[in-house]
Design a protein around this ligand. Structure first.
Ligand code: ASP
Ligand code: MG
Length: 461
């Protein structure tokens, strides 16, 4: 049994849906459970609908809801999936959305529950469409209400699945469907609290749904179908020759996500990784492309392997230097400094320290402007805006001979503002001015992945 999860862009229009349908149809023998995001950017549209409600802008809110309803009706129609059952099911979701919008507008407030009930529309409406499209093409698909399977806590907007309860529901709800050879199609992102109210798992939460299901089902594989050929060696907008990484460890994938190149959020694949389910990222627009496997343990390096797996970058970061004015030789300086960061809720990404000097990177965030005032008793603060962090990520970095010096050599005249490398971890990060980020990413990519990367195989599309 496998779990196949399709993201919003893989479902954005009729042509994309048709591709998804044929991918699933070609895998029926592997007994798939299909998890779908909301079509296209539905969730963003729902967020803007809620913003209109919040401002009391009834005409906009009503217009957005009506347009969404029409878009879903026409998706159903264009796929030839507008049989009476699917139509009734979709109309129920559309009527529900309109009711929530009317209710919120007349009360003049949005409770966390109504927010979730509204945001759930996309996934709730997409799953029956995909299921019906599959059925009309000969696949015995059944749309499953995610609220019957994904039991969560009651933290609306960021609910956490209760994995033991989900396992029990899988057996009860999905078990009989799988036993009769049906293909369950379930909307991601949505769950239900104990009292039955609709919850959502946070933006991008469909990946978590898929991962929790794969873990609970003990699936043979978990496939994330996206609109890219897997996880790449760099951002292709900067390095046109970037190529998919065939195999990445979970640790590398997690580092990449935090360092700005996240195709998958680590916390959303953790349940599957913990359960030992092999995870693969694939491209629904190019199903033949091999994609990226995410595995638990690194394989033994072979001759000719690159010293790293990928290069990530983040722009618009701020470098903050904290220089002790009072605590020369005194203990507790770092504690004092980080207590203030903690109190102001400023989260720190990279750190370099010496006895009386701490330099960190943060992303521009509220609270940061209060650092200088709060630390004024013990330290002086200097900040530098418009810096970027370029990170070389890979578990081999710590063991491959000369890896770190090759990375530094590739900077080739660009002034590093800060460097972090522990010699243990899976990344070496360099802070440079924003305007140098692209050049550094390109040089590093050339040095690490070499000319091979330039000879790029033909891509789909
Ligand atoms: N549709 C939701 C979102 O866009 C969940 C998801 O796609 O994973 O955040
Ligand atoms: Mg989405």
């Amino acid at each position: 049994m496998i779990v196949m999860k399709f993201g919003g862009s893989s479902l954005e229009d009729r042509a994309a849906m048709e591709r998804v349908v044929s991918i699933v149809a070609s895998r029926v023998r592997q007994r798939p459970v299909v998890v779908v995001s909301a079509m296209g950017d539905t969730t963003d549209t729902l967020v803007s609908l809620l913003a209109a409600v919040e401002r009391g802008d009834a005409p906009s809110a009503t217009r957005i809801a009506a347009a969404l309803g029409d878009a879903y009706r026409s998706a159903l129609f264009s796929l030839g999936a507008d049989g009476p059952m699917a139509t009734a099911r979709l109309e129920r979701e559309i009527a529900g959305l309109e009711r929530y919008v009317g209710g919120m507008l007349s009360l003049g407030e949005i409770s966390p529950r109504s927010r979730d009930a509204t945001l759930a529309f996309g996934e709730m409406a997409t799953a029956p469409i995909v299921a019906e499209a599959l059925r009309t093409r000969g696949v015995g698909a059944v749309a499953v209400d995610p609220r019957e399977v994904i039991a969560t806590d009651a933290r609306h907007g960021a609910a956490t699945p209760d994995e033991p309860a989900v396992r029990e529901r899988i057996a009860r709800v999905l078990g009989p469907l799988l036993a009769e050879g049906s293909v369950p199609v379930i909307g991601g992102f949505v769950g239900a609290a104990r009292d039955g109210t609709t919850t959502t798992l946070g933006r991008g939460g469909s990946d978590l749904t898929a991962s929790v299901l794969a873990a609970g089902l003990g699936a043979e594989a978990l496939e994330f179908w996206k609109d890219v050929d897997g996880i790449l060696t760099a951002d292709p907008r900067i390095v046109p020759g970037a190529r998919p990484i065939p195999r990445l460890t979970f640790r590398e994938a997690s580092e990449l996500a935090f360092l700005g190149a996240g195709v998958l959020h680590p916390s959303s694949i953790q349940p599957a990784i913990d359960a030992g389910v092999p995870v693969r990222v694939l491209n629904s627009f190019c199903p033949e492309a091999p994609g990226t496997d995410i595995v638990r343990t690194p394989r033994r390096p072979a001759a000719g392997d690159a010293i790293a797996a990928s290069i990530a970058h983040k722009r618009d970061q701020v470098l903050v230097n904290v220089h002790s004015t009072r605590m020369l030789g005194a203990t507790g300086f770092l504690r004092r400094v980080f207590e203030v960061f903690d109190r102001l809720g400023v989260s720190v990404d990279h750190i370099a320290t010496s006895e009386v000097n701490v330099t960190v990177t943060i992303c521009a965030q509220p609270g940061a402007e209060r650092l200088a005032g709060e630390l004024s008793e013990v330290a002086a603060i200097t900040t530098r805006r418009n810096v970027g962090v370029v990170s070389v990520v890979g578990e081999r970095l710590a063991n491959a001979k000369g890896a770190a010096s090759r990375v530094l050599a590739a900077l080739d005249g660009v002034e590093p503002r800060l460097l972090t490398y522990g010699g243990f971890g899976a990344n070496l990060s360099v802070v440079v001015d924003d305007c140098d980020v692209e050049a550094v990413v390109r040089r590093l990519h050339d040095r690490i992945f070499g000319a091979r990367a330039r000879r790029k195989e033909a891509r789909c599309g």
